[in-house]
Ligand binder design. Structure first.
Ligand code: GLU
Length: 438
């Protein structure tokens, strides 16, 4: 039997990370088994399933590298098959018609539950059972002739020959009905794996209120699709050992349901950021530079007159401070003379008694230097500190704020080297003037 899984989102707006994690697990399991991974767009909610919502699903999948094996199935095109299945159920006595409100507006089709306890084996949660008394017959075709979710979902899975249904555990209650529908249609139900949900630090379902919750949010913030894929795959599944950074193929090779945890998984942005930083560093330079350049262009910080290789030198200086492409925008002072001064940094570092005088003294020393390498500017500052009986920090902090406007940033001496002597002196002069040192 060839394994066939599917991702079956209802496109209603943006794609939540919980949903895309289900897609990732479907993909991993299908690839692990050498089977097929399919996409079905459950677009029967005509009002909410806009072309933009469908596009958001397709974009999210492409960005994460979730390639699927056959043309996507649009549920809205399968109505005839859904209604034919309802007819079959009526004929075999598994369904009946009823004029629900007695309004004469038309009859709906109701599925007759078998009247026995229902059970199925979940690949993650184990055996699940529901008592006959807790299950009622349910509508499968509305009085206006439209099929209901349960019918459409089951009939499509049947026609697509899906062997494993991997989805969020908010569907567990539906599954008892779905199993009954499969059997009534003369089919063996597929295997089920229900994923525990993603929760926030308080153990509540992770939502927009907790921060970025949609795939598009992460993309816009400058995350890498590979990093988000890796992070979400490990959010609830463990390959064993303490391996964390893995390629899609490695994860597919190792993926099994018995290592999917059955309790909720807590979303940890700090860990995702760390992981993204690791992926950023592993990228080829050109790719990292191109993505950072795009961010700078978008924010109006890019200037075509910058010397060749300049961005590369900035990124080297920033090194592990860049965990996201968009982090480059925090270092806008590398790209414009018109950078802002952070008020707190100014108060603490520049306007502290004596700081401007030390800045002026440093300026004099730097003006007389021919070699402006990081090593040279550091040695010169050390000499000045020793001569004055001061710590390095007394000199470093005012210089940093003077040339970048902020007290946080990469190593000062690398920054000085990237800026170059002329620019450093100009900025120091401007700052001394601005803050009143004569
Ligand atoms: N479209 C439904 C959802 O997104 C069905 C999911 C499924 O059966 O996998 O919740």
């Amino acid at each position: 039997m060839t394994v066939r899984t599917r991702f079956a989102p209802s496109p209603t707006g943006q794609v939540h990370i919980g949903n895309i994690r289900a897609a990732i697990y479907n993909w991993l399991f299908a690839r692990h088994a050498g089977g097929q991974f399919l996409l079905r767009i459950e677009d029967t909610d005509r009002e909410r399933s806009t072309p933009a919502a469908v596009q958001a699903v397709l974009d999210a999948m492409a960005w994460l590298g979730l390639n699927y094996d056959e043309a996507p199935v649009y549920q809205s095109t399968q109505t005839a098959a859904h209604l034919a299945a309802a007819e079959q159920l009526l004929k075999t006595g598994h369904a009946y018609k009823e004029d629900k409100g007695g309004t004469g507006k038309g009859e709906c089709v109701i599925f007759r539950m078998p009247g026995t306890d229902m059970s199925f084996r979940d690949e993650i949660k184990g055996d699940l059972v529901k008592k006959a008394a807790d299950m009622k017959d349910f509508v499968i075709v509305r009085s206006d002739g439209t099929p209901v979710f349960h019918l459409a979902n089951v009939v499509d899975d049947l026609h697509m020959n899906i062997t494993h249904i991997i989805r969020g555990d908010d569907h567990v209650e539906n599954t008892y009905r779905h199993v009954a529908l499969f059997r009534a249609l003369g089919a063996t139900p597929p295997k089920y794996a229900h994923l525990p949900m993603i929760v926030n630090a308080q153990g509540k379902p992770y939502s927009k209120r907790d921060g970025a919750a949609y795939v598009g949010d992460f993309r816009a913030k400058g995350y890498l699709g590979e990093a988000l894929f890796n992070y979400l795959a490990l959010l609830g599944w463990s390959p064993g050992g303490d391996r964390e950074l893995m390629s899609r193929d490695e994860m597919a090779r190792l993926f099994t349901f018995d290592r999917v945890q059955s309790s909720a998984a807590q979303f940890d942005l700090v860990k995702l950021l760390w992981m993204n930083g690791e992926y950023m560093r592993a990228l080829p330079r050109e790719q990292r530079e191109a993505a950072c350049r795009a961010v700078l262009q978008e924010r109006g910080l890019w200037n075509d007159a910058l010397p060749a290789g300049y961005l590369g030198r900035v990124l080297d200086a920033m090194a592990e401070r860049i965990k996201l492409f968009t982090d480059i925008a925090d270092a806008g002072y590398f790209f414009t003379e018109d950078f802002a001064f952070d008020e707190k940094s100014v108060q603490k570092r520049l306007l502290k008694p004596g700081a401007l005088e030390l800045l002026a003294a440093t300026r004099t020393v730097y003006a007389g230097m021919a070699d402006f390498s990081a090593a040279a500017t550091e040695a010169a500052l050390r000499e000045l500190a020793t001569a004055r009986g001061l710590g390095m920090g007394d000199l470093v902090h005012p210089v940093r704020v003077a040339i970048s406007g902020t007290a946080v940033g990469p190593s000062l001496f690398h920054m000085l080297e990237v800026f170059g002597k002329d620019r450093v002196l100009r900025r120091m002069d401007k700052t001394l003037e601005k803050f009143g040192h004569r």
